[in-house]
Design a binder for this molecule. Structure first.
Ligand code: GLA
Length: 703
């Protein structure tokens, strides 16, 4: 990025690294000649925009001063390079930066200062940025909008890719042309949402085209704006949402935006790769970076609410024999919770159901050579609960107005300290009593009781982070898996605290393909909870063989969600083989570098390869979603290998999951020419699959 400093910081260039041999002055030329009418403010690509700055378009910073004025004309006063960025108020951010550029803007009339930070990383092309607004005046200001990032891209032919969806269809890749006008991504429910993930990707066509991506390290309402002005071209912004935002900042106080990240590359693949690697290296906590995630069995699709000690332990016996490593006791273990209408908030065990205390059952699970994990939904309360009866004021309600109950539950007002303390202590006590290694942290509804509408959405997130901060400090080695009615809160803010997030309640491999492909544009495979669910699938009634379900789930934080005691001997043999295979290549598939060769969102088949650090091993999965007459052979390209090395390619055969040698080729030829596979939709292959996908898996090893 080349910036020109003057009254403003102007973005002269953003792209591949320049040599700068003769300086950079020629890139910007002398723009002062253009500055003779108000319209000419449009000609600069600025890093900051605000109300009253001379451009009538979407702006980054809007607030109202005590005198009622909304004008903010920030003038760049100073800049310097810091070794580290200052800590963001109230939230975590990326870490491991090598340098940080600080720009300070002042406006002598409003007495508000904006500090803008750009952090760079030695091993990554991703840049992280945020803004801190300081009220240095005497009166209070009311912030209406504070974006984290603004990038002016000028003119061209642009397309955008975004991750939209709904429950059970999270992060579907949407592609659209950017035309004059404004479109955006927004969430309104207090969580980052399944309707619009904060990840945004923009591709510019043409000879000097590129792809650029942004994301936000934040878990609440967010807003990304793509504003195509016919006078100034495309502006992209990302930040916390201004929906209802009216945030008072008193004299001497500040408000901090969350951190946004962005990157640019020649191709979409390059930026997806950079975003995944960045999340792994600079967002997810260091202890999880290279730590393989355990193979788990989750009780939800096995039993829902209907279980007792025997059912659990029988499942554990089977799971343990198959090689599973962790048993997760999902919803239904506490209070009187036999359906979703009661007990949220009452985090003491139902001894009748568990056949003893939480500590006892956890111990029994461990005696079967499995770790113990547990589900909680800490931010919620049911009206029918001891907690509501004793502390109705903990629920987020508005006086006598009847609160909306969704899934029969109300949100706890964690913006109150005593409620945060209660929630934190409840989690700590459950983990201490059970000595759980894993916690599934669910959140099954959004915020609709807008009791402090101007501040609530932001404060809620800061409160949530405070609880997460305390829990992760108390149990640094606890694996927390984020969850929110499936994948309704899958974002980098959560990944600062939790190393993995449940991607969707929809475990149908055919649907999962699209959900995971979208998720993997922005997030690393180790963070994506991907289980083989009940067959036929509970949501879609499609049937998928274990082989094909495995191929779809194996590049993720893997597990199972069905009752093994009901599985046939043949299926159990296959599951045991899958697990053996998974353990052998887990570090490649979960933690390796992921390369897509084909994508469904491009109208192709799905082909992806995970490669280990030294490029000596890779696993490639090819998935064909639909049978198209004569549309084969399919070609599998393998990206990410060492070009000059020779590799042996092995086909993985189910149900044994043995590796059958196929051929040898150089890394370069595997990337450029690939290899051919025949029609996967043969009568034999399709077998017991119904409306499902066909897959082929390969292991690739350096000679
Ligand atoms: C949500 C989650 C599920 C499960 C249920 C339990 O829907 O996404 O995985 O934990 O809650 O009630």
């Amino acid at each position: 990025m080349v910036l020109k400093t003057g009254d403003v910081a102007e973005l002269l260039y953003y792209g591949e690294k320049l040599s700068g041999d003769f300086g950079y002055a020629q890139i910007g030329g002398d723009n002062s000649k253009n500055r003779n009418s108000v319209d000419d403010f449009y000609s600069e690509k600025r890093l900051v925009s605000s109300c009253g700055d001379g451009t009538n378009r979407e702006t980054m910073i809007n607030f109202v001063s005590a005198d009622g004025s909304s004008i903010f004309r920030p003038i760049l006063k100073s800049y310097k390079i810091l070794k580290e960025k200052p800590q963001l108020q109230g939230m975590r951010s990326s870490y491991g930066e090598s340098e940080c550029l600080q720009l300070i803007y002042e406006d002598e009339y409003s007495h508000v200062t904006a500090e803008q930070y750009f952090s760079v990383f030695a091993d990554s092309d991703v840049i992280a940025t945020y803004i801190k607004l300081n009220n240095d005046g005497d009166g209070e200001i009311r912030v209406k909008r504070l974006m984290s990032l603004q990038l002016d891209l000028g003119f061209g032919k642009f397309t955008a890719r975004t991750l939209n969806g709904r429950y059970g269809m999270e992060r579907q890749v949407e592609t659209r042309e950017i035309t004059p006008g404004t479109f955006g991504l927004s969430s309104f429910s207090g969580v980052s949402s399944n309707s619009a993930n904060p990840y945004l990707q923009i591709t510019k066509g043409g000879v000097h085209g590129y792809t650029l991506a942004t994301n936000l390290i934040y878990s609440g309402n967010h807003r990304e704006i793509v504003d195509y002005s016919e006078v100034a071209g495309v502006r992209v912004m990302s930040g916390f949402s201004d929906y209802l935002c009216d945030y008072p900042v008193k004299s001497g106080r500040s408000l901090c935006s969350p951190e946004a990240i962005f990157t640019i590359g020649e191709t979409e693949e390059e930026v997806n790769f950079a975003m995944r690697e960045f999340a792994k290296e600079h967002v997810i906590r260091p202890q999880w970076k290279n730590t393989p995630r355990p193979i788990l069995i989750n009780s939800w699709e096995s039993f829902f609410f209907d279980f007792d000690e025997k059912k659990m332990l029988d499942l554990c016996d089977e799971a343990s024999a198959l090689g599973v490593e962790l048993f997760v006791l999902d919803d239904g273990w506490f209070g009187e919770r036999n359906d979703d209408a009661s007990s949220l908030g009452d985090w003491s065990e139902n001894k009748k159901k568990l056949g003893g205390s939480l500590g006892d059952i956890a111990e029994k699970v461990r005696s079967k050579n499995l770790d113990f994990g547990i589900w909680m939904e800490p931010e919620m309360i049911n009206r029918n609960s001891e907690l509501f009866r004793s502390h109705p004021e903990y629920a987020m309600t508005n006086g006598n107005r009847e609160p909306l109950e969704l899934r029969n539950q109300i949100v706890l007002d964690v913006t109150k300290k005593e409620v945060r303390d209660y929630v934190t202590e409840s989690i700590v006590s459950v983990i201490e009593k059970s000595k759980a290694k894993y916690l599934k942290w669910d959140c099954n509804r959004g915020l609709y009781e807008l009791t402090a509408s101007g501040t609530l959405f932001y404060d809620y997130v800061i409160a949530l982070y405070d609880i997460l901060e305390r829990v992760t400090a108390a149990f640094p080695d606890l694996i927390i898996e984020g969850c929110s009615a499936g994948g309704n809160r899958f974002d980098l803010g959560m990944l600062c605290y939790v190393p993995q997030i449940w991607a969707s309640d929809n475990t149908d491999p055919r649907e999962r393909l699209k959900i995971q492909e979208g998720t993997l544009l922005a997030y690393p495979q180790s963070s994506v909870g991907a289980h083989i669910g009940h067959n036929p699938n509970y949501h879609t009634f499609n049937s998928t063989s274990l082989k094909n379900a495995f191929a779809v789930s194996c590049m993720g934080a893997f597990g199972y969600e069905f009752d093994f005691t009901k599985s046939s001997a043949e299926d159990k043999r296959e599951i045991a083989n899958q697990i053996k295979f998974y353990k052998k290549y887990r570090s490649v598939m979960q933690l390796g570098k992921l390369h897509y060769a084909d994508k469904f969102c491009n109208g192709e088949n799905g082909i992806w390869t995970a490669v280990n650090e030294d490029k000596s091993q890779a696993v490639t999965v090819a998935v064909v979603k639909d049978y198209v007459l004569y549309a084969y052979p399919h070609r599998v390209y393998v990206d990410g290998l060492e070009e000059s090395s020779v590799y042996d390619v092995y086909k993985v055969n189910a149900p044994e999951y043995d590796e059958e040698y196929a051929f040898s080729a150089s890394g370069r030829d595997l990337r450029l020419a690939g290899f051919r596979i025949d029609n996967l939709f043969t009568e034999k292959n399709v077998g017991s699959d119904f409306n499902s996908v066909q897959t082929s898996t390969f292991v690739i090893k350096r000679k």
